[in-house]
Design a protein. Structure first.
Length: 130
């Protein structure tokens, strides 16, 4: 019976770890990157410019334009994907407190990695410095 309970506890810990990892990975993907923010319209305009330049571009320039085109197409695809961290947030809120307690993760550590204060509050993780 005890080994069965510890196996269940281990499974729960693994599940919680996966939920936390997935949520944090989602936050990382959404993190604002340096430079000018691109909109779908500006990306589409640049793609159209590239298409016009490609036929007459010298071979080395053509290579760089093709890579830029591929990069822009991937960026556009990512923009059109639903934001998965929004879907993961409720699951994160469910497991974050027990994960924090078990792994001794502080409020400040969660904040430093980018978890919003309102998410931590909903999870029951409070700032102990206040």
């Amino acid at each position: 019976m005890t080994s069965n309970r510890s196996a269940v506890a281990t499974d729960i810990e693994k599940l919680e770890s996966k939920v936390v990892k997935d949520y944090l990975d989602g936050l990382e993907r959404r993190r604002v990157k340096r430079g000018r923010k691109r909109s779908p319209d500006t990306i589409k305009r640049r793609l159209a410019q590239i298409e016009m330049k490609l036929p007459s571009a010298p071979s080395l320039t053509k290579l760089h334009l093709i890579q830029e085109k591929l990069d822009l197409e991937n960026t556009l695809k990512e923009m059109n994907k639903p934001q998965e961290s929004d879907d993961l947030e409720p699951r994160f809120i469910e497991v974050a407190k027990s994960y924090s307690e078990r792994n001794k993760i502080s409020y400040n550590a969660w904040r430093a990695i980018g978890v919003r204060p309102e998410v931590l509050r909903k999870a029951g993780i409070l700032d102990s410095t206040n």
